[in-house]
Design a protein around this ligand. Structure first.
Ligand SMILES: *Cc1c(COP(=O)(O)O)cnc(C)c1O
Length: 351
């Protein structure tokens, strides 16, 4: 089976894990600091805090910007991993769900309506599948009303919008370093901001001492692996983009199949290569029978999953019935890509 996800590690990761083990300093050491510094520099922000998961990063970020009670409305898109909405609920706020558009990111026209109707304190644009949301339009809508923009960049390490990196485009951002992500540590996350005010709040939520807190730290092993994963990121993202180019070219005439679009001014890093087809379930089943780890992303929408307030989300609901993904990662060989191309063509034509 060609797995849908496979992290890409080299000698550096192996040697660093061994070095950490032998050094005896397995948490709160130099690798945690090194990773933190290099990640903030890479993204282009002033402050970075590592935490144990992307979900924890979202939760702490929301707490830091004062989301704590029912009146604190946070707008989220209908299509994302469930952590995006769960973090809002866990923080004590009220999520309101709006639709996504053909880019699979937040529908900005609906955002305008939602801002008028719900007076949100914050919004969470998700850079879904590796492509950023329409940040200029989102910013212009939020700035007038002082609405905080909290990017969910868990799938967008290295993605760009007008030459700026995802994670540096809003007031603060959350990343995940889960095993499948473009920077993989196994588990891990980070919260980034360039605002000293927000940074101080984040620190207060993370650090023990003055008040009760959770331990959300990562170990030196995770940070050491993440450090080298980050060093490789430009290269592994290029590899993903190359495979996407092959897929886009080979699949462009397949009946009923809708391909991902890279929009102008954006650099897509293809965390997930997402396709749409009305017979998605049959296609996924056939691909798995043929040894290709295809998977449905996502079979739910966030408003249906958590049964919350929402605007009409027809497109997101359609996506939850039609979207699926095929392997796209830096561990794929040329032969595997070729086999995937041939098999997808055969299966889609036969459906
Ligand atoms: C992976 C992911 C998260 C959560 O990250 P974890 O590290 O798994 O907690 C949040 N949002 C999105 C969009 C993700 O893909």
């Amino acid at each position: 089976m060609i797995p849908i996800i496979k992290p890409f590690f080299g000698k550096e990761e192996e040697e660093t894990v061994l070095e950490i083990m032998r050094s005896g300093q397995i948490t709160r050491g130099k690798w945690t600091l090194k990773f933190r510094e290099s990640f903030k520099d890479y993204i282009g922000v002033a402050f970075c805090h590592t935490v144990c998961s992307g979900t924890a990063a979202l939760y702490i970020g929301l707490k830091a910007i004062g989301i704590s009670k029912k009146e604190d409305v946070v707008i989220v898109p209908s299509l994302s991993f469930m952590a995006t909405i769960d973090a809002v609920i866990m923080a004590g706020g009220t999520p309101v769900v709006i639709d996504v558009d053909e880019s699979y990111t937040m529908d900005v026209n609906q955002l305008e309506d939602a801002i008028k109707k719900y007076n949100p304190k914050a919004i969470i644009p998700v850079h879904l599948f590796g492509q950023t949301a329409d940040m200029d339009r989102i910013k212009s809508l939020c700035q007038e009303k002082n609405i905080i923009i909290f990017e969910d960049a868990a799938q967008a390490h290295g993605a760009e919008y007008k030459g700026k990196k995802a994670g540096s485009l809003g007031d603060l951002s959350a990343f995940s370093f889960y095993a499948s992500k473009n920077v993989a540590m196994g588990e891990g996350g980070a919260i980034l901001t360039s605002s000293p005010y927000i940074d101080e709040k984040i620190t207060n939520w993370i650090e023990f001492g003055d008040h009760p807190a959770l331990n959300l730290r990562i170990t030196e092993f995770q940070a050491g692996i993440g450090y080298w994963q980050l060093k490789r990121l430009e290269e592994t993202n290029e590899k993903r983009r190359k495979i996407a180019k092959v897929y886009n070219e080979e699949f462009k005439d397949l009946p009923g199949l809708i391909l991902p679009q890279e929009l102008p001014d954006r650099k897509h890093v293809y965390h997930i290569y997402a396709l749409r087809h009305p017979e998605r379930n049959k296609i996924v089943e056939k691909l798995i029978e043929n040894g290709i780890g295809a998977r449905v992303y996502y079979e739910y929408t966030l408003h249906e999953l958590r049964n919350v307030e929402h605007l009409p989300c027809d497109f997101g609901e359609k996506c939850s019935r039609e979207l699926f993904a095929i392997p796209i990662h830096a561990s794929l060989t040329e032969n595997e890509v070729e086999y995937i191309v041939d098999t997808v063509k055969k299966v889609v034509k036969e459906i």
